[in-house]
Ligand binder design. Structure first.
Ligand SMILES: O=P(O)(O)OC[C@H]1O[C@H](OP(=O)(O)OP(=O)(O)O)[C@H](O)[C@@H]1O
Ligand SMILES: O=c1cc[nH]c(=O)[nH]1
Ligand SMILES: [Mg+2]
Length: 208
């Protein structure tokens, strides 16, 4: 189990735009995908490669490729969608599943409403994505769901994580590595991460 805060000047710089309440939807979307792309570099460091022979203009040589079935990306709807493009830009062979879970605003409990996964999901490493890890309820629900589908290798990729949410996921799923661009201070009385960036889904899709 690992909890990794991906510290990089480019990520910290871009995160500032996402935090800023005056950032418009277009810049918010673009920047979130850019950070997701940068974080993909870190999350995929341990991926296993296949050795193949390739012919350069000069000679034959051994080289390495990612097997086609290596990765699936599963965004937690809606906000997770905001990171998918940035990830699959770097892993074009990744299949994309969707799991719909929203958080009840009063109870803060996850409410399930949709799922569609690639048929061979159990054979792949799953990058489960959601920009916000707050109480950890949505992440835990989605991880439970994926495990029931037979997935064995899951990594959770978030943008901002609250210490409470990290603790809850680590407790329930100690085998799942968590990557985040920033571990924030905590959760306020409404269950929002502070300082945070507000409601990620609303900011991506302009719904408020
Ligand atoms: O860790 P938790 O306490 O479960 O909170 C985090 C969840 O809340 C947000 O989704 P939201 O319910 O706002 O749905 P949306 O993505 O459709 O806006 C966020 O994108 C996570 O999925
Ligand atoms: O701060 C938070 C907490 C949950 N969901 C969000 O989008 N933001
Ligand atoms: Mg939301």
């Amino acid at each position: 189990m690992a909890v990794v805060e991906v510290n990089h000047p480019l990520i910290s710089h871009k995160l500032t735009f996402l935090r800023n309440k005056n950032t418009d939807t277009k810049l918010f979307r673009e920047t979130l995908n850019e950070i997701a792309g940068l974080m993909t570099y870190e999350v995929t460091k341990g991926l296993k490669l296949e050795e193949i022979e390739v012919e350069t203009p000069v000679m034959k040589t051994k080289s390495y490729i990612l097997p086609d079935k290596a990765v699936a990306v599963v965004p937690i709807l809606r906000a997770g969608l905001g990171m998918v493009e940035g990830i699959i830009t770097f892993i074009p062979t990744a299949k994309v599943g969707h799991i719909g879970v929203y958080r009840n605003e009063e109870t803060l409990k996850p409410v399930y409403y949709y799922c569609k996964l690639p048929e061979d999901i159990a054979d792949r490493k799953v990058i489960l994505v959601d920009p916000m890890l707050a109480t950890g309820g949505s992440a835990n629900y989605a991880i439970d769901y994926l495990k029931k589908e037979g997935v064995k290798d899951i990594v959770f990729l978030s943008l901002i994580a609250a210490p409470e949410g990290i603790a809850n996921v680590v407790k329930k799923h100690p085998d799942v590595d968590i990557y985040t661009a920033k571990i924030d201070e905590g959760l306020n009385e409404k269950g929002y991460i502070y300082p945070g960036l507000g409601d990620a889904g609303d900011r991506i899709f302009g719904t408020k």
